[in-house]
Design a protein around this ligand. Structure first.
Ligand code: C2E
Ligand code: CA
Ligand code: CA
Ligand code: CA
Length: 282
């Protein structure tokens, strides 16, 4: 039994070594990727269910590796957070997104907004508000068109400090949104305390939403969230909308904005521009 136990441990150690090696490799690649400009924001349309218009895009970063291909942010954002690269990546995505938005504004869509994801570490940095100002000024866009998406875990790391930063950002005119709402610990009292403009209903609630589906609890939760937001004067965005039926139901419930594959997957900037043009002239 002892033999077996030791063997087990050794096996485990080997696995850990392989894991560490993979990670070290990935870490090295990621550092280079940032320097070599292999990261690129993609853009996913946000569709207003009241006016049937595209009102903005969410910027979602992609890693274009020359050999490995397109790598999902789920695979490298957590690593980037751990090793401190997220500051650089976050600044880059913010700046690029604002510059891209300026091109779309100048190209005939002057009221389009851009939503940018902010990681906890990036948000807690003392220079964050300065970085936001810098991006707005460099790109030459008005603050009201920049929406920052924060998750609860980002905001609850240091509640009082987070609230003060959020207030500073709102004073600039930037809009704030709670991302992935309903996942994690979601204390409702936060909605009262955190100065935000909108709330994104997590896609896990939208996924099973349909007319003929037996499970009605997701529909009940979505309706309750939307009603509560109405009372709090918060706008609602549903993410991960994949079917017409889901879009129809969300519209019925009074949800403001939909985002998901039914409208479009995230696209590179040029494709998003074409989408916008086709959409504006049709
Ligand atoms: P998120 O902010 O919750 O973004 C939504 C994710 O859902 C995106 O995954 C998007 O491509 C995907 N999605 C959109 N519509 C649909 C749909 O209809 N069905 C399904 N199944 N999925 C849909 P993505 O692009 O892989 O990003 C994953 C996460 O990585 C994001 O989740 C966000 O937390 C993070 N992330 C992405 N870009 C950035 C960034 O620039 N900075 C930071 N800090 N995090 C980022
Ligand atoms: Ca987001
Ligand atoms: Ca989300
Ligand atoms: Ca998410």
């Amino acid at each position: 039994a002892k033999e077996k136990g030791r063997g087990k441990r050794e096996f485990f150690t080997d696995e850990m070594n392989a894991f560490t090696l993979e990670r070290l490799k990935l870490e090295g690649y990621l550092r280079k990727a940032v320097q070599k400009g292999e990261l690129e924001p993609y853009f996913q349309p946000q569709y207003c269910l009241k006016t049937d218009k595209v009102i903005g895009f969410e910027a979602l970063v992609r890693w274009n590796h020359p050999e490995l291909g397109l790598i999902s942010p789920m695979q490298f954002i957590p690593l980037a957070e751990e090793i401190g690269l997220i500051d650089e990546i976050g600044r880059f995505v913010l700046m690029e997104s604002c510059k891209q938005l300026k091109r779309w504004h100048d190209g005939g869509a002057p009221h389009l907004s851009i939503s940018v994801n902010v990681s906890g570490r990036q948000f807690q940095r003392l220079s964050f508000v300065y970085e936001v100002k810098e991006a707005l000024e460099t790109a030459g866009i008005s603050a009201e068109y920049l929406h920052l998406e924060l998750t609860e875990s980002t905001m609850i790391q240091n509640v009082q400090y987070s609230i003060s930063i959020m207030e500073e950002l709102r004073e600039l005119g930037v809009r704030l949104s709670i991302d992935d709402f309903g996942t994690g610990y979601s204390s409702l009292s936060y909605l009262k305390d955190f100065p935000v403009d909108s709330l994104k209903i997590d896609q896990s609630f939208i996924r099973h939403l349909s007319d003929d589906y037996f499970n009605t609890s997701d529909a009940a939760i979505i309706k309750a969230i939307i009603m509560m937001c109405e009372g709090l004067s918060l706008s609602t965005v549903a993410e991960g909308v994949e079917t017409y039926e889901q879009m129809k139901l969300l519209r019925e419930y009074g949800c403001h904005t939909a985002q998901g594959y039914i409208i479009s997957k995230p696209m590179p900037a040029c494709e998003a521009g074409e989408f916008l043009e086709k959409y504006m002239t049709s």
